[in-house]
Design a binder for this molecule. Structure first.
Ligand code: SF4
Length: 374
């Protein structure tokens, strides 16, 4: 059921550019999602999605009018931050069923084209092909990345986990069409679902299919189950379809972490499988800087590479001071790119090795250590 609402603002600015999606702004046109994936985090009460999640969806009917104002540079005191505009949200998919009729995402893309913003789309729906023409114009003018989320490439399992979306095989076909049209495409392998899609074989099958379809990077994440509506819904589903593994699942999420994190290190085993498979298929594990370097300032580029290194180094089993370094540097007034090794090492949490990496990124736009781990 659709519920028409009005919003006060649409463009949500993040404090810092995000290293997973390379975005500083997110645009949410809907609240709630008819795709109804069983693991969806949007069910968590904190997001305040009203009604029956998966059936009831609110649409922000004044979104385009607001966006037209919010995107107008003449009305802005400060210039826009670098990076992509993300047209998607944690509690909705911009190409869910209602988009066919309302065309809010399509019209938003037309506004982003009008104001010259690069975009990153993340969806589970093949409906995005309808907008290939406007996305192609944005790609040519400013840059566009099209990404899809998957929990595996198994069509049968996807029908259970993601009852409202096209099968993974159809999503892969759509990726091929976007690749043929010249797009950089990502796969967000998130979440990998414990005891269902987290085996070494399934992860390999997924990364191999991504490689075959021409995907440029795969970003992995495990599943969080936040206590309350999200966890209750998932446990009910799991009990019905995978009763034998229910005690294991309950044990894994028995700590009731408010963030939904699993309680055992076993959950990270799947990340180890992913790391090995990504290496085997030479698949980048973060969006490579070559895709986004021109969209951000050199300062932003340094922070983003450090943030990405934080994940990549830990995944490779190395120590990682890089996230902390990025955090320290993000509050600096002076441009990072012109700081000397001595100035950098005088800051808390930045040692000589990290300072040298920062200088290398400042001078070349990348660094050998990053390229090796990616
Ligand atoms: S497509 Fe995304 S937002 Fe929609 S139900 Fe599935 S996980 Fe949630």
């Amino acid at each position: 059921m659709i519920n028409e609402i009005t919003a006060k603002s649409i463009l949500r600015k993040q404090k810092r550019i995000d290293s997973w999606f390379i975005s500083s702004y997110a645009i949410n046109l809907y609240r709630g999602c008819s795709h109804n994936c069983v693991y969806c985090d949007g069910r968590d009460e904190r997001y305040q999605v009203e009604g029956d999640f998966g059936r009831d969806v609110s649409i922000k009917t004044n979104a385009l009018e607001l966006l037209d104002r919010e995107l107008d540079p003449a009305r802005k005191r400060k210039p826009f931050q670098g990076g992509f505009m993300m047209v998607c949200g944690g509690v909705s998919d911009s190409y869910q069923h209602f988009e066919r009729e309302y065309r809010m995402t399509r019209k938003t893309l037309e506004l982003l084209l009008k104001y010259g913003h690069p975009v990153h789309m993340l969806t589970k729906s093949t409906l995005i092909e309808r907008d290939l023409n406007v996305l192609s114009e944005i790609r040519r003018e400013r840059g566009a990345v099209v990404s899809f989320s998957f929990s595996s490439v198994d069509d049968k399992i996807s029908r259970l986990l993601e009852p409202g979306v096209p099968a993974p095989s159809e999503r892969l076909d759509t990726i091929r069409r976007f690749k043929d049209a010249g797009f950089d495409c990502g796969m967000y392998l998130m979440p990998v679902v414990p005891f269902i899609t987290d085996s070494a074989e399934m992860i390999e099958e997924t990364v191999a299919a991504a490689k075959e379809a021409g995907v440029d990077f795969v970003i992995f994440s495990g599943m969080t189950l936040k206590p309350g509506r999200q966890k209750d819904y998932f446990i009910t589903f799991f009990k019905e379809h995978f009763p034998q593994q229910l005690p294991d699942l309950q044990k894994l999420y028995s700590n009731n972490s408010p963030w939904g994190a699993p309680s055992s290190n076993d959950a990270y085993e799947a990340e180890g499988f992913f790391s090995a498979v990504a290496l085997k298929y030479r698949m980048p594990k973060r969006m490579p800087s070559a895709i986004w370097a021109e969209l951000v300032s050199r300062n932003e580029q340094i922070l983003l590479i450090l943030d990405q290194l934080e994940y990549l180094a830990r995944l490779a089993g190395h120590n990682s001071p890089y996230g902390k370094a990025a955090w320290t540097l993000s509050s600096q007034e002076s441009p990072i790119e012109s700081m000397s090794i001595e100035e950098l090492t005088s800051l808390r949490g930045i040692g000589v090795f990290t300072a040298k990496l920062i200088r290398e990124i400042a001078e070349t736009g990348t660094c050998g250590y990053y390229d090796k781990l990616l």
